[in-house]
Ligand binder design. Structure first.
Ligand SMILES: Cc1cc2nc3c(=O)[nH]c(=O)nc-3n(C[C@H](O)[C@H](O)[C@H](O)COP(=O)(O)O)c2cc1C
Length: 239
């Protein structure tokens, strides 16, 4: 975006060195830095954050390389959800990886919410906008762009997450192809959605970005019907 080329094979190593500098700055120390990617003198920051030792750090990534980075640098891994099995695998891998660095990160995903009074209405609606009306040209453009910036681990594709990213750069026959790749569809009545959230919780997902096609129209119904059900199901604390 800024005309800078970052080597896909070393970008996370560079990012991690950057993160270590940032983390040390937040201790209030003044220091010099000489590393593989950065040589810096007289570093200091002021003011310091209110949260101690630092604000929560969220890292958004889906590749295995991204997960290894997040295990060392973040409190929350915000990742894509291609399937239940892939996210189950990500939660297990991430928990084990982060334990090596004495961290216990939360895993957040992203979900596309389609909630209507009946499951049929919800399915018809997403079938219409993400099936019949799928923007094939935009999807092809996305795949081309993604294909040239794949992480090293994705090209090697050993983890379920990497396999899913690799699959997402190929034309797909997945249901509701028009929604963003890596956005998991939660489709149905309010009771169906609670059941879907229960499944996410059962595989260890701590949170999700909730995406609506038209949030002004769709969120009031979700707030009115789904949130109280989630509270009753013990999936959410009442505010
Ligand atoms: C859930 C999620 C949210 C993301 N949000 C942003 C964003 O807001 N801005 C951005 O520049 N990149 C965003 N990214 C892209 C990542 O920062 C990263 O560049 C990309 O996932 C490629 O790395 P990977 O191959 O390790 O996944 C997001 C990625 C994911 C998975």
């Amino acid at each position: 975006m800024h005309g800078v080329t970052v080597d896909p094979d070393t970008r996370y190593a560079r990012g991690l060195e950057w993160y270590k500098i940032y983390e040390r700055l937040l201790t209030g120390e003044s220091f010099d830095w000489s590393g593989d990617y950065y040589t810096l003198r007289g570093l200091a920051t002021d003011p310091l954050p209110v949260q101690k030792p630092r604000p929560p750090v969220m890292s958004a990534a889906q590749s295995g390389d991204g997960q290894t980075f997040a295990a060392q640098a973040s409190d929350i891994l915000f990742t894509s959800m291609h399937s239940v099995d892939q996210v189950r695998d990500t939660v297990l891998r991430q928990t084990a990886l982060a334990a090596l660095y004495n961290r216990r990160p939360d895993i957040y995903v992203q979900t596309q919410i389609v909630c209507k009074p009946s499951r049929k209405e919800a399915e018809d609606w997403i079938h219409y906008y993400a099936g019949e009306k799928a923007d094939q040209e935009a999807l092809a453009y996305f795949r081309r762009q993604k294909a040239v910036t794949l992480s090293k681990s994705t090209r090697e594709a050993t983890s379920e997450a990497d396999k899913a990213v690799l699959a997402s750069v190929q034309p797909t026959d997945r249901k509701y192809a028009g929604i963003f790749p890596g956005m998991y569809p939660l489709v149905g009545s309010p009771d169906d959605l609670v059941e879907e959230f229960r499944k996410l919780e059962a595989i260890g997902v701590a949170g999700s970005a909730l995406v609506f096609l038209n949030y002004l129209q769709e969120m009031p119904y979700f707030v009115q019907e789904v949130l109280p059900r989630m509270e009753r199901a013990g999936l959410r604390r009442p505010i």
